[in-house]
Design a protein around this ligand. Structure first.
Ligand code: SAM
Ligand code: SF4
Length: 328
């Protein structure tokens, strides 16, 4: 079991396999993309498998593959198949923008993926183009339909942005009337590659108030332990609504997560700068025993919450990276 100095059990690893992406979402990265990481700086699949297997031995039960867009990386399916066979791993899941995912859904099902987080900020083609600076809404919808057809649970991630997709909030809530999906509205965070500062007009309270005005009978449902979303249900609807206070950071007290960036940096908090590079250690010949000691030591320094992490940064290269390089 891995615990931090606040007694929190860390059993959920989020691994970003690439920083590259086929979209350019305004809240995530600049129009021209990022200074993509050189390939030799990325962890290889072999390195990722070794690190994941070590984390599972140490007590991690759930791994989420993310990025960048994970399906951009060559041979991802081969990696997922090997990873899913890791002894002791209870849940393997992923986050995707859904552009390339639909044809791979049968294969995802076969290797045991039971749930997928799908990013979908709008149901309108023009707004999709404006937000993501690319076309592709049709492919994302196809991915949604295929995932549901194959019985894979879907959580839709929607970043709420003034001037971009407020008109989508109600249609997205209405999607839960007939579809067994969980639509999660996320506060925008400052991780956009430095393109703009964020105004938090649409914080979690404002989002809930707005939804409640349209659906007065919306009900609070119990939140699972470690949930980042505060969850709701509209009576008679198939799906659920979640609201994620990603910027307000009201859920940090029960955090069970650790992240590894595409270059192998272990981040004990989304808002910290990363304290250990496991890829470099692997390439220098560290044994699993060495790595375990260093990982446990770094986890003991996991900050109390995202505000604490931000304070501790004190001017270091920080928070204004992109979610694609951190691993969303
Ligand atoms: N490319 C994949 C996707 O979009 O689903 C996986 C990586 S993406 C960085 C993971 C999640 O982070 C997405 O759901 C995205 O909406 C969210 N995200 C990215 N930048 C964000 C920001 N500045 N604030 C809040 N959420 C953000
Ligand atoms: Fe790409 Fe995901 Fe970032 Fe959008 S949020 S640019 S899809 S990595």
């Amino acid at each position: 079991m891995i615990t931090d100095s606040y007694g929190r059990i860390i059993n959920y690893l989020r691994l970003a396999v690439t920083d590259r992406c086929n979209l350019r979402c305004t809240y995530c990265m600049p129009q021209d993309g990022l200074d993509w990481l050189p390939r030799k700086e990325l962890m290889t699949y072999e390195e990722m498998l070794r690190i994941c297997s070590l984390f599972v031995k140490m007590g991690v039960e759930k791994i989420r593959i993310t990025g960048g867009e994970p399906f951009i990386r060559k041979d991802l399916m081969v990696f997922l198949e090997h990873l899913s066979a890791t002894s002791g791993l209870k849940e393997l899941t992923l986050t995707t923008n859904g552009l390339l995912t639909a044809p791979l859904v049968p294969e995802l099902k076969r290797i045991g993926i039971q749930s997928v987080n799908l990013s979908l900020d709008t149901l309108d083609e023009q707004r999709f183009r404006k937000i993501s600076r690319r076309d592709g809404l049709g492919q994302v919808i196809k991915t949604l339909e295929t995932l549901l057809a194959f019985g894979i649970a879907v959580k839709i991630n929607t970043v709420v942005m003034e001037d971009h997709n407020i008109e989508d909030i109600i249609p997205l809530v209405q999607l839960t009337k007939t579809q067994p999906v969980s639509v999660r509205f996320i506060e925008e965070m400052p991780f956009n590659g430095g393109t703009h500062t964020i105004s938090l007009k649409w914080d979690h309270q404002h989002i809930l108030q707005f939804i409640r005005e349209h659906f007065p009978d919306i009900q609070k449902t119990p939140d699972t332990p470690h949930a980042t979303s505060s969850n709701y249900h509209i009576p008679g609807y198939e799906g659920n609504i979640g609201i994620i206070a990603a910027y307000s950071r009201s859920f940090c007290g029960s955090c069970n997560r650790i992240r590894i960036t595409p270059t192998g940096i272990v981040r004990t908090c989304l808002y910290d700068a990363g304290k250990l590079n496991v890829k470099d250690l692997l390439r220098k010949g560290s044994t699993d025993e060495d790595l375990e000691i260093m990982i446990r030591a770094v986890l003991l320094k996991k900050p109390a919450d995202g505000w604490d992490a931000q304070r501790l940064l004190s001017g270091q290269k920080s928070a204004h990276q992109s979610m694609a390089t951190i691993g969303g």
